[in-house]
Design a protein around this ligand. Structure first.
Ligand SMILES: [Cu+2]
Length: 132
């Protein structure tokens, strides 16, 4: 009887320790800027914006697809059709996108469409949408 009580106390302590460890892990991940409650997976028609450029740098979609850019960096970026010094209008330019902001654009015509970040010009790599 005494033994069983001690055993269940031990289990309870272990469980509490596990909860504390899991909590610490979740907190550490949250402090790193990731939400442990949300899977951090890029969608098939999604482009992530980083300080170094866009991922994927080239995205191939079929005509009629809406592409969504998500700012995964911790500073503001934008998405503008064309190349630095040569703005085009394949899609409406995004406003300034704060971290985690998104910008959708529909691509109805086939072709290859370059884009870049007007805020940072050529200081980070541009991207391209290939519409088939
Ligand atoms: Cu930028």
């Amino acid at each position: 009887m005494k033994r069983a009580k001690r055993f269940s106390e031990l289990i309870r302590r272990r469980r509490r320790l596990l909860l504390v460890l899991l909590g610490a892990l979740a907190l550490a991940q949250w402090r790193c800027g990731e939400n442990p409650l949300q899977p951090n997976m890029r969608g098939p028609n999604e482009v992530w914006i980083f300080s170094s450029g866009f991922d994927p740098a080239t995205l191939t979609v079929s005509a009629g697809t809406t592409v969504t850019w998500t700012n995964k960096d911790n500073v503001t970026h934008d998405v503008t059709s064309g190349r630095p010094g040569n703005v085009e209008n394949a899609f409406d330019p995004s406003p300034n996108l704060k971290p985690n902001d998104t910008h959708p654009a529909a691509f109805s015509q086939r072709g290859t469409f370059n884009y870049f970040c007007l805020t940072h010009g050529s200081s980070h790599a541009g991207g391209r949408i290939v519409v088939q």
